[in-house]
Write a new protein. Sequence first.
Lengths: 233, 238
Amino acid sequence: MWSHPTLINNVETFANIPAIIEKGGDWFAAIGASASPGTKVFGLAGRVALAGLVEVPIGTSLRTILSEIGGGVPSGYEFKAAQTGGPAGGCIPAQYLDLPMDYDSLTGIGATMGSGGLIVMDTSSCMVDIARFFMEFCMEESCGKCIPCRAGTVQMLDILTRITCGEGAENDFPMLADLSGLLKETSLCGLGQAAPNPVLSTLRHFRSEYEAHIRERRCPAGHCRIPRVERAV
Amino acid sequence: MSVRTLEVDGRIITALEGQTIFSAACDSGIHIPGLCHLGGLSDVGACRLCLVEVEGQKKLQASCLTRVAEDMVVRTKTSSLMAYRRLIVELLFVERNHICSVCVLNGACELQDLAADLGVDHVRLNPQYPKLAVDLSHERFGLDHNRCILCTRCLRVCDEVEGAHTWDVAGRGRNSTIISDLGEPWGESVSCTSCGKCVQVCPTGALFSKGKTVAEMHKDRSFLSYIVTAREKKLWIR
């Protein structure tokens, strides 16, 4: 910029630099997990007593962040999943509460660290509707230059909306898989490549919710309004 | 210029240094599909139809933008690539109204030919078919947004070859549209020279000449290589 060498980086990275200069690289590398040292700032939000920005050593478990820093899930609610990495990230279901939150572990279960978003959801959240919500976001953010992202997000949103309205069909499963693969592999930039992540992640951990919507026209979380159909006796 | 040797679909081909995989393959008779690429215009890699597998690269590469390298191994027709191409064409057909039987370019359309080549004979996705305007304000040409695939060939030929830069893209995502000048009707554009190059390079029936029947409608893209070659060689007639 202005004919000078320019460092373009994430604000979070810049914020780490003064402390590293002051205390040294060894000090920074000693914090966190061995494969991914340092700290990470999470934006803790959703169904949690104390929401806000929290900085923890990388590798801290979700349970520690939730209960010790976030004050736990308020009484009367039950933890269901946490969405990490923002709208193009993935979800962490309850069985992975003790998983260390580092880059490799999160990628291993189909979630991402991404922007550090951490949205806590309770059992009243419908995972199909969550996927639909994030797909709508990605569709609106698509610039429209490449076809897979521009038209693919529209179609994926269309399918997810139908499922949440109780109009899903069995062949929506292979179609969602095909479109997810296309967007991931052929989109021009990271937005389209990551847009199917919430769908893939909820299909992986909460496939039964999709099946309930499609096969039984029922939303297990009681969130989606699916009109009742009178069955002939 | 030095020569590079590479393998494309199991065949050893030669290419000039700096040439793209797309044009090198084309020169050797290996056809790679594409809708945004047109020889003589800059490449944007937007349609994603020309993606190929390059050995040693994790991601698929747009062959219109990737330069050849010595001993490169390229695959252009794997089953997964063909499946991606079919799905991209299907996405185009449901994005806007591409009903061939009532299109001015029926029989001479690149999108239609590509669908036929790839075997896309029906769509499984939900057609969106937004009701978009048809701009007939220009004296000689028309623009039907319903047939537009946003390849931006018109934009590039107008900017790079004609030098007028009448066309641009407005909006984003699914609301992207081609506009003339600052969104005025085409007929009122002050920058348009009415040269008609945009009409000739348009792969579909989005840009068309008025007063021609479907049988008369065909597009001539040979003028482009003629102009570009003449420019490079400075073959100006005084």
